[in-house]
Design a protein around this ligand. Structure first.
Ligand code: BGC
Ligand code: BGC
Length: 441
């Protein structure tokens, strides 16, 4: 097994999960500061106030990336560092941070891939309605223009949004992510405004004389019916709508699926031309993959109509590991939606890693996980999918949203009390894989 020359072997992070320094150098509060400080919202009351202290430790962290051997690094820019209230005056010190980080990567021969929104909406905009308000989409495009002006000469890969599914549905329907709302109507409205914001951001990037490639990252799942019972097949169709087609259809076909109205009600927040903006051509498409699941009809939940069949061997986060799903998704997106180059912008496994008495972090399950998913990605490639990169989640253990510091995803172990970083066994494994460009295993 070999990957094409120039294949991007990366690692991924997000601003709020690693940076800390939440009130330094003029950063404003985001919805995740508010949410994590809300009693009961996050495990043990953990917050991102300090996180991995990456805001101060970034040079050493970039050195770790160098020793890992990655040729690319995916990080996100925190909107509230750049525009502390969401719009208004630009905070130059915030931009300076990402400027230094970008230069630091380039000096080390590591290609930056920049996510412009990884869930940390400025609280000032939430106070004016957040993503449920149409105006937020326009404010996002303004912010993107500011970041782009500063970094466009050095960033070859842009991603507008990370996982609009999570922003919309986990944040506004499940209520377990910021802003913590539980209202399907609001969630679907937010979904549309997120996608509109994406489209407007693409326009802003293109208008700014972009030198880099423009894309978006969606988390997609591989869904199948638990049986051939028509009720289970209907449940699978609905869950596929909710998790996949509500994003892929508007982005690549310029329309919401026909069954969306039956599921969510009239989409009367969609205005003329919005879908043309949302479906403007991209240069590449990012996929985050965590889950393949079976679904069955749920008479107990007639509104949604589905329930996921619990996996036989659930991970700490309750999902089942199945690398086949990654290949299925890559092949489906390529076959049914777009011939664009694709990149796996995230996949990873949550464990309760710890440093053993021998000083090692023996995350053999994570190695098996990545091995399986790299093989699945290679199969997709062999079947004609134009895959150009693979980014494990995550470079470092970090603030895992509602799970706080309670689970770990990193290739590097972080001792949060001392901020010491330590390579896990998976880091050594990944280093070898990169050196061999996938071969020699
Ligand atoms: C304006 C935005 C405004 C939006 C509201 C646009 O035409 O440029 O500033 O937020 O309309 O729908
Ligand atoms: C997100 C990451 C998150 C990871 C693991 C993805 O949904 O983009 O921020 O840490 O999953 O849960």
């Amino acid at each position: 097994m070999r990957f094409p020359d120039g294949f991007l072997w990366g690692a991924a992070t997000a601003a709020y999960q690693i940076e800390g320094a939440v009130s330094e150098d003029g950063r404003g509060p985001s919805i995740w500061d508010t949410f994590s400080h809300t009693p009961g919202a996050v495990l043990r009351g953990d917050t991102g106030d300090i996180a991995c202290d990456h805001y101060h430790r970034w040079p050493a962290d970039l050195d770790l990336l160098s020793s890992l051997g990655v040729n690319s690094y995916r990080f996100s820019v925190a909107w509230p560092r750049v525009l502390p209230t969401g719009d208004g005056d630009v905070n130059i010190k915030g931009l300076d941070f990402y400027d230094r980080l970008t230069d630091g990567l380039l000096e080390r021969g590591i290609t930056p891939m920049v996510t412009l929104y990884h869930w940390d909406l400025p609280q000032g905009l939430q106070d004016r309605g957040g993503w449920a308000s149409r105006d937020t989409a326009f404010r996002f495009a303004d912010y993107v223009q500011v970041v782009h002006q500063r970094l466009a000469d050095r960033v070859p890969y842009w991603l507008t949004l990370n996982e609009p599914y999570c922003s919309a549905f986990v944040g506004h329907l499940d209520g377990t992510h910021a802003p913590g709302l539980r209202d399907e109507r609001v969630a679907v409205t937010a979904l549309h405004h997120l996608l509109l914001g994406h489209g407007l951001a693409v326009q802003a990037l293109r208008a700014g004389g972009v030198t880099g490639q423009v894309g978006i990252t969606c988390n997609l799942t591989s869904v199948r019916a638990a049986s051939t019972d028509p009720a289970d097949e209907e449940a699978a169709r609905r869950l596929d709508l909710h998790e996949n087609r509500m994003f892929l259809d508007p982005l690549f076909r310029g329309e919401y699926p026909l069954d969306a109205v039956a599921q969510y009600g009239d989409l009367d927040f969609v205005r003329d031309d919005d879908l043309a903006v949302i479906s403007a051509p991209l240069d590449y498409f990012g996929i985050n993959y965590y889950e393949r699941h079976a679904v069955r009809a749920s008479p107990a939940d007639p509104v949604r109509g589905w329930e996921r069949v619990p996996p036989a061997e659930p991970t700490l986060t309750g999902i089942g590991v199945d690398p086949r799903g990654l290949r299925e998704i890559l092949e489906r997106v390529h076959r049914d939606y777009t011939s664009l180059p694709l990149v796996v912008t995230e996949t990873g496994l949550a464990l309760h890693d710890y440093v053993g008495p021998d000083g090692e972090v023996a995350d053999d399950e994570r190695i098996a996980f990545f091995d399986g998913h790299v093989r699945a990605a290679h199969e997709a490639l062999a079947n004609g999918v134009p895959l150009f990169g693979f980014f494990p989640w995550s470079f470092l253990d970090n603030f895992e949203w509602a799970s706080g510091y309670g689970v770990r995803y990193g290739l590097y172990y972080v001792d949060y009390a001392t901020q010491e970083r330590r390579p896990k066994r998976s880091a050594a494994w990944y280093q070898q894989l990169i050196r061999a460009n996938g071969a020699a295993r």
